[in-house]
Design a binder for this molecule. Structure first.
Ligand code: NAD
Length: 281
């Protein structure tokens, strides 16, 4: 079965459209001149329009003084008309890792990258603001009723925004996750023994469908640029007929589209957290 993301993404957006909230604003710190970031920015803009939300872009170039970046970050943290903040990484200036993950107000942290949000997520079973792509991967599995309880889930990639939170999301659902990275040996055996394989390495053709056991499910998260300018994932499907034998999400059209919808959901969650906090004061 092919696990396409559009139906689920539309469902998430529709649910948000039925909620009652004022026009929201997302502040984006955007690396100037980065081709991929440019297209992600346009995409964000397009998706935000679906819930009548606005985007406020803060361009960051090599000549942007670090102090200005922090001032702007503080400004949006304290501006009640800004409901969410995203920093598109990597930035062309060297922002201290600790500062980045502590200076964004947790209630505006749409990407769930702050140590506060990460700490709460990893130390508890609450899933308040969790990185969009990891949530999108799980939501896709849930949407297609792929069982997770007791299943062997193999996550390839251990970044803070995709692989690692996905590992914890699997744990929260009582799956048995294993996580791999650049130094992992014998991935083939690990793949063969897995019921669910989530690939987030950014390496074209990293896993072949022929290495996946019958009935298993592959969530392809990777985004790679092909020579002809089109994009592909990390999973190589050896023939069309593989979708009769295994389940997999396509790239494009799988996790990516759901990620955009989850971004809107996270922005709304941020708004609610700010709103509820101000009501209880
Ligand atoms: P990253 O570079 O931060 O992390 C990549 C991870 O993959 C690392 O943990 C690394 O150890 C592991 N890895 C690399 N090569 C490997 C190999 N040969 N074997 C096993 N592990 C290997 O990247 P990221 O930010 O986590 O993103 C991963 C991929 O997902 C990228 O292609 C990115 O473009 C894509 N992505 C997609 C979306 C989406 O919405 N669809 C969102 C974010 C990221």
């Amino acid at each position: 079965m092919l696990l396409k993301g559009k139906e689920l993404a539309d469902k998430i957006v529709k649910k948000l459209q039925n909620e009652n909230f004022p026009p929201l604003t997302l502040a984006v710190f955007h690396p100037v001149g980065d081709g991929a970031a440019e297209s992600y920015l346009k995409m964000k803009e397009r998706w935000l329009k679906k819930i009548n939300a606005a985007i406020r872009v803060y361009p960051v170039s090599q000549s942007t003084p670090l102090v200005k970046f922090y001032e702007q970050l503080e400004e949006v943290n304290n501006d009640p008309s800004v409901h969410g903040i995203m920093v598109e990484l990597p930035l062309p200036i060297e922002v201290n890792y600790w500062n980045l993950h502590t200076k964004i107000k947790p209630k505006k942290d749409v990407d769930g990258i702050t140590f506060h949000n990460q700490g709460e997520f990893f130390a508890t079973i609450t899933e308040k603001i969790v990185p969009c792509t990891s949530v999108a991967s799980i939501r896709l599995l849930e949407h297609y009723d792929i069982p997770m309880v007791g299943k062997h889930a193999f996550v390839i990639g251990r970044s803070n925004i995709v692989g690692l939170p996905l590992f914890k999301l699997f744990l929260n659902r009582n799956a048995t996750p294993t996580i791999a990275h650049r130094h992992t040996f014998d991935m083939k055996t690990l793949v063969k023994n897995s019921d669910i394989i989530a690939i987030a390495a950014g390496k074209k053709d990293l896993i072949n469908s022929s290495d996946v056991k019958d009935g298993a499910t592959v969530i392809d998260i990777g985004i790679n640029m092909k020579d002809d300018g089109s994009i592909c994932g990390d999973f190589n499907v050896t023939s069309e007929s593989e979708k009769e034998r295994i389940n997999y999400s396509p790239v494009p059209g799988g996790v990516g589209v759901v990620t955009n919808a989850v971004m809107l959901e996270n922005l709304y969650k941020c708004y609610k957290m700010q709103h509820l906090a101000s009501q209880s004061r």
